[in-house]
Design a protein around this ligand. Structure first.
Ligand code: HEC
Ligand code: HEC
Length: 304
């Protein structure tokens, strides 16, 4: 009873009890590896990627782009597999961001080719009319300070070799930020996709006027950026000639479908043609009907 009459002793005892609680609940977990998960497939940033991360921070890319996909259906459908705690082990500080004036970039790695990124960074409006992303072409004229990077890697505890640092000397800030973008999200497994059609399927919407109209809209929104508004080729090949993946001669409907649905990888084979890679996949976003409509539209151009 009497302890309640001794305010000083009571205060000291309460403080001690709270401190014990704090140590148990906060300090121990801080040093336990269980609270700092790291994905097995996660690789430390290379010197160039780390330099690119600095460029990303310097230019405030995170004012417009988040790097955090929430486990909500709409987000996963739009951006891909939701973010895992173990992905961020090498991020000091995190670049999750809180605003999305532009799309989330957590899964951008490998979505486009380097060439696409150079084009987009130099002039976003060329690829997306009405994009409010600033142009960053001037980054190509700025070089990376290799000495700074060496210090920064030491401070963050990244493994590096003299050669890594040496290789930075002829790289621009644009090279670095693109190398960084290309590694984002690559440690996370992409779920194997169910094929949307069976091998040998024919286009049910071939020469269907309504489907061609729909396909034209889909094309202008999504494909014109790389294949040109007239489909005569730009970053991607001409779609109006009778040459598919660099070999003249016709191609089956189902092959065309799978190029569009699943994209292409370097050296992947389609009807004995070798892809060079760089065509993104659209199956997740479009579904069967939209893809067949685009195929109808492409076929309609071919016959003109
Ligand atoms: C003022 C806001 C803003 C800033 C700052 C900004 N972006 Fe963007 N970004 C956008 C918008 C809007 C889009 C969507 C339209 C487009 O692709 O141009 C976009 C698109 C992108 C894309 C393509 C995403 C996709 O999935 O298609 C990449 C990559 C990208 N930005 C990288 C960057 C990098 C790197 C920086 C910093 C050097 C940056 N952005 C700064 C607004 C911004
Ligand atoms: C980011 C740029 C990009 C976008 C966007 C893009 N493509 Fe492609 N596409 C390519 C590249 C690059 C190739 C060459 C692929 C290869 O060699 O592996 C290609 C190849 C193709 C091919 C094979 C054509 C041929 O002549 O060899 C077709 C068909 C195609 N794309 C259709 C589409 C459609 C339809 C869309 C829109 C839904 C689209 N592409 C959007 C870059 C793109």
């Amino acid at each position: 009873m009497s302890i309640y009459k001794k305010p000083i002793v009571l205060t000291v005892l309460i403080t001690v009890v709270i401190l014990i609680g704090t140590v148990v609940m906060m300090v121990f977990p801080l040093f336990s590896s269980e609270t700092q998960p790291k994905m097995a497939s996660l690789k430390p940033y290379t010197a160039l990627q780390l330099a690119g991360r600095d460029v990303y921070i310097e230019n405030g890319c995170y004012y417009c782009h988040s790097q955090m996909i929430r486990p909500l259906k709409a987000e996963v459908m739009r951006y891909g597999e939701y973010s895992k705690a173990g992905e961020f082990a090498y991020d000091q500080p995190f670049l999750w961001g809180s605003k999305r004036k532009g799309p989330d970039l957590a899964r951008i790695g490998g979505k486009y080719s380097d060439k696409w990124h150079y084009k987009h960074m130099t002039d976003p409006r060329k690829l997306f009319q009405g994009s409010n992303m600033p142009a960053y072409g001037w980054l190509a004229e700025q070089t990376i300070n290799a000495k700074d990077m060496e210090n920064s890697m030491k401070a963050l505890g990244f493994p590096y070799t003299k050669d890594d640092i040496e290789a930075l000397k002829d790289k621009s800030k644009l090279d670095a930020v693109i190398a960084y973008l290309q590694c984002l999200g690559t440690s996370v497994d992409k779920k194997p996709k169910q094929p949307l059609i069976a091998a040998g399927d024919k286009n049910p919407l071939l020469a269907d006027a309504k489907a061609i109209e729909e396909g034209k809209k889909v094309y202008e929104m999504n494909c014109a950026a790389c294949h040109g508004i007239d489909a005569k080729g730009d970053v991607g090949p001409d779609l109006t000639d009778n040459e598919w993946l660099y070999v003249p001669g016709p191609i089956q409907d189902d092959t065309l479908f799978s190029i569009i649905a699943d994209g292409t990888k370097k050296d992947q084979e389609f009807e004995h043609r070798k892809a060079k890679g760089g065509m993104p996949s659209w199956g997740e976003f479009f579904g069967k009907k939209k893809i067949w409509s685009v195929v109808s539209y492409i076929r309609s151009l071919e016959s003109k």
